[in-house]
Design a binder for this molecule. Structure first.
Ligand code: TRP
Length: 450
């Protein structure tokens, strides 16, 4: 173990932290809304396939690289390169990933800030302060800046406390709270009129859409975003896992938790949309398509909650609280990646680094807010649609081609002596080398040509 580096103290702690990273706004907001606008079950089906067949192997590439090097992503990619040139390209890939992680955090924090504001707005309504409640849910620069900073400060606070006392400790508390809240909400929505219609849309696939290139590209992006791939966040969490853990199993559990929560969130959001429709809230736009994305969570759901009277305020409180927690356990992993790099490579204290990098990210977020119409969508597309799959491709190339085979296999054996008898051993090394990069490229090429 590398001297003073942190380490997860238990398997449960790692699983909570890594699935905390994976489970976020992408699962509870992104996945259900994309499913809603991409033919419901058709999207679900493609997403499930891509999550297990592509995102899980890519996740393993990051976790194994991280555990092997017990260091940040830049050092890890350099370490497995035998040659100076591959070393430099690896370092460049790592650094690009860290920058992308920062950019992702800069828009993620804006959205997460809205979640906190909506949560507080429900509290304000409960305490009879309608004016405050209204301010909290109206799109204004000061509200946006304030809550973005509140959210980043929470993130920085946890990251500066370190791996064990910050990330692990908080993930262990927040993740179970998230799961329980989600289940309660799903059960509640099922009791409302109209829910069954939404359930039908979610579960009955429109097979004619399964092969649409746009749907596949969206599902790929959703799967990569959901598992936090391509920017070194999973690599850094892998680097805090001890050598005697069975990594393929842990990665499998994380994938399963992540996918299950996305699917579960679909059981909340799609039925809720149709409950809203039943209550007279508009969920189709002029051309007859479902409205989705931000409109869904920030207009449809609040209107639904409002149409439910007092219970609606409580549900709204719980729902946005849930979203805030989910966002927080994800944002800490985004900040951790660059913070680990700077503390390890430049020997600056963790607390100072976390505040410095967090400060830079806050500035970027404010820039986005000031140029919202041009920058917000652009940064999201740049980072999640293009950078993440391409960087994920590079991680697969490093695990599959650059890293010496015997060293990779030796790393696989650690913590799992019987690995050679299993399927993972036979399939994964070849899979991550050939299949993952090819699928990523193929989907990409198709989207460029189409
Ligand atoms: N996976 C998280 C979600 O679904 C977001 C996330 C955390 C992330 N860390 C990441 C996305 C790194 C991309 C890269 O919301």
């Amino acid at each position: 173990m590398a001297g003073s580096r942190g380490e997860f103290s238990s398997r449960f702690g790692f699983v909570m932290a890594a699935s905390g990273s994976a489970v976020g706004l992408g699962n509870i907001w992104g996945f259900p809304t994309q499913a809603a606008s991409n033919g419901g079950a058709a999207f679900l089906l493609v997403y499930l396939l891509l999550a297990f067949l592509l995102a899980y192997p890519a996740l393993m590439a990051e976790l194994i690289l991280g555990r092997h090097a017990h260091s940040n992503s830049v050092a890890a990619l350099r370490k497995v390169s035998g040659h100076r040139i591959t070393g430099s390209i690896g370092a460049l890939t790592g650094i690009t990933g860290l920058i992308v992680a920062g950019l992702i955090l800069s828009f993620y924090a804006i959205v997460a800030g809205w979640m906190i504001a909506f949560c507080l707005s429900a509290l304000a309504t409960l305490s009879g302060n309608a004016e405050l409640a209204n301010w909290l849910t109206s799109f204004g620069l000061w509200r946006n800046v304030l809550f973005l900073i509140v959210f980043l400060a929470l993130t920085i606070g946890i990251v500066s406390a370190g791996v064990h006392d910050g990330i692990e400790r908080w993930s262990r508390r927040l993740m179970p709270a998230l799961l329980i809240t989600l289940v309660i909400l799903v059960l509640y929505v099922f009791t409302l009129n109209g829910a069954m219609q939404g359930l039908k849309v979610y579960l009955m696939p429109d097979f004619s859409r399964v092969l649409s290139p746009q749907l596949i590209l969206d599902a790929l992006g959703a799967a990569f975003f959901s598992l936090s791939l391509g920017v070194g966040t999973m690599l850094i969490y892998g680097s805090y896992v001890s050598d005697d853990e069975n990594l393929p199993l842990l990665g499998g559990i994380v994938t399963l938790v992540d996918v299950s929560i996305a699917v579960l969130a679909g059981f909340l959001v799609l039925p809720a949309m149709y409950v809203a429709l039943h209550n007279g809230v508009e969920i189709f736009n002029a051309s007859g398509a479902l409205i989705s994305e931000d409109t869904l969570i920030f207009t449809v759901l609040p209107e639904l909650f409002a149409s439910m009277g007092l219970p609606g305020v409580l549900v709204s409180l719980v729902f946005f609280f849930l979203m805030s927690i989910a966002a927080l356990t994800s944002s800490i992993s985004m900040l951790e990646a660059p913070v680990a790099y700077v503390t390890e490579e430049h020997r600056i204290g963790r607390r100072l680094t976390a505040w410095l990098i967090g400060g830079v990210i806050a500035c970027i977020s404010c820039t986005i807010l000031l140029n919202f119409d041009t920058l917000f969508g652009f940064i999201i597309a740049l980072t999640t649609r293009y950078s993440q799959p391409l960087l994920g491709f590079m991680f697969c190339i490093y695990a599959g081609w650059v890293w010496r085979r015997d060293s990779l296999l030796q790393e696989l054996r650690k913590g799992y002596p019987g690995v050679q008898e299993g399927l993972f051993w036979k399939i994964w090394p070849w899979y991550v080398k050939v299949v993952c990069p090819l699928i990523i490229l193929a989907i990409f090429a198709q989207s460029l040509l189409g």
